[in-house]
Write a protein that binds this ligand. Structure first.
Ligand SMILES: O=C(O)CCC(=O)C(=O)O
Ligand SMILES: [Fe+2]
Length: 323
């Protein structure tokens, strides 16, 4: 339940953590089961390719991934992610749009909360990720990606195209495993959502290489860390400055970050498919079929695989302020 005081805190600070909003058994466990089956198929494939000596069948998802990835070094991140990457898309680019993930995106508990922030006509913005981060010590830095590395300071508005500048986009972040300061929970700068959109540059720091982010000299250190447990949900304004801390623990840090907005506003990723998650005015327009959702993504992937490079980024390469 979102209280009026939560909305007031959101307006003041640009974020709010609501404890125990999701039902772990009803909202998260079916998705975890789906990911276990997916990992099962991937492990069989990697073992068949001779990259693994054991498939580690029977281990829970995180423990199994923690065994498999340091041995096989597979590019595992995209196999579990919702959104497509922003470059090199082919008809074979892995992505995941299973029914349990679709149900999670449409969880009534989640949408009831989102409705308090964006109103009753809710569109699921296609900038949606799952980030399954291994301990930094278990993978060489060259193999980190934007889904598996620590995340540098940024505003979510800064990583979509400028047609979405006036879109009332809400970021919804929640952990699947507990998120701690040691394993890489989020940190935010309270009140930063009232500032203008900051300059973002491509990071040259090897720890956050190529991420579109606020240069170090523009990021202050007045921040709050946000340890969270499964079931807790962070709601964040599109201009709130935030980062994902490094995973210095020996466990996996797994989270989802979704975005929702009022129906009819630009998403800032026009090549990717969103959908009507809830409409009180026109419930018949809601997307209720996971199959149809997956088909929308396959169509987008096919179109992007056969089109010229698309500009996903609003920032000019070589801005002198980025030096
Ligand atoms: O999960 C992380 O470490 C960063 C996530 C993030 O930046 C976001 O959800 O917008
Ligand atoms: Fe973000």
């Amino acid at each position: 339940m979102i209280e009026t005081t939560d909305l007031e805190q959101f307006d003041r600070d640009g974020y709010i953590v609501v404890r125990g909003l999701l039902d772990v058994a009803a909202d998260l466990q079916p998705m975890i089961d789906e990911y276990e089956q997916l990992l099962d198929r991937l492990a069989e494939q990697w073992a068949a390719e001779g990259r693994l000596t054991s498939t580690h069948r029977g281990l829970p998802f995180c423990e199994r991934l923690l065994q498999i990835v340091p041995e096989a070094h597979p590019a595992y991140d995209l196999h579990f992610d919702i959104s497509l990457p922003q470059a090199d898309i082919t008809d074979e680019t892995p992505m995941h749009h299973g029914p349990a993930v679709f149900d999670l995106l449409r969880s009534p508990r989640l949408l009831d909360a989102v409705e308090r922030f964006v109103g009753p006509e809710i569109y699921s913005n296609p900038v949606q990720h799952t980030r399954i981060k291994l301990p930094e010590s278990r993978l060489p830095a060259e193999s980190w990606t934007g889904l598996t590395a620590q995340i540098a300071w940024h505003q979510d508005l800064g990583v979509v195209t400028d047609d979405a500048d006036d879109t009332d986009m809400l970021t919804v972040w929640f952990p699947i495993t507990r998120a701690t300061v040691e394993n890489g929970c989020l940190a935010v700068m309270p009140g930063s959502h009232r500032e203008e959109l900051a300059l973002h540059c491509r990071s040259r720091n090897p720890l956050t290489l190529n991420q579109v982010c606020i240069p170090d000299n523009l990021a202050t250190d007045e921040h709050v860390v946000l340890p969270m447990d499964p079931g807790d949900v962070l709601f964040m304004h599109r201009k709130t400055k935030h980062c994902g801390l490094p995973n210095r623990s020996d466990e996996i840090r797994w989270s989802f970050d979704l975005r929702y907005q009022p129906i009819g506003q630009p998403t800032g990723r026009r090549w990717f498919p969103g959908f009507v998650a809830r409409s009180r005015a026109h419930p018949e327009t809601e997307l209720t079929s996971a199959e149809d959702w997956a088909a929308l993504w396959r169509k987008a992937r096919h179109e992007l695989a056969h089109s010229d490079d698309v500009a996903f980024n609003r920032w000019k390469q070589g801005d002198p302020r980025c030096a």
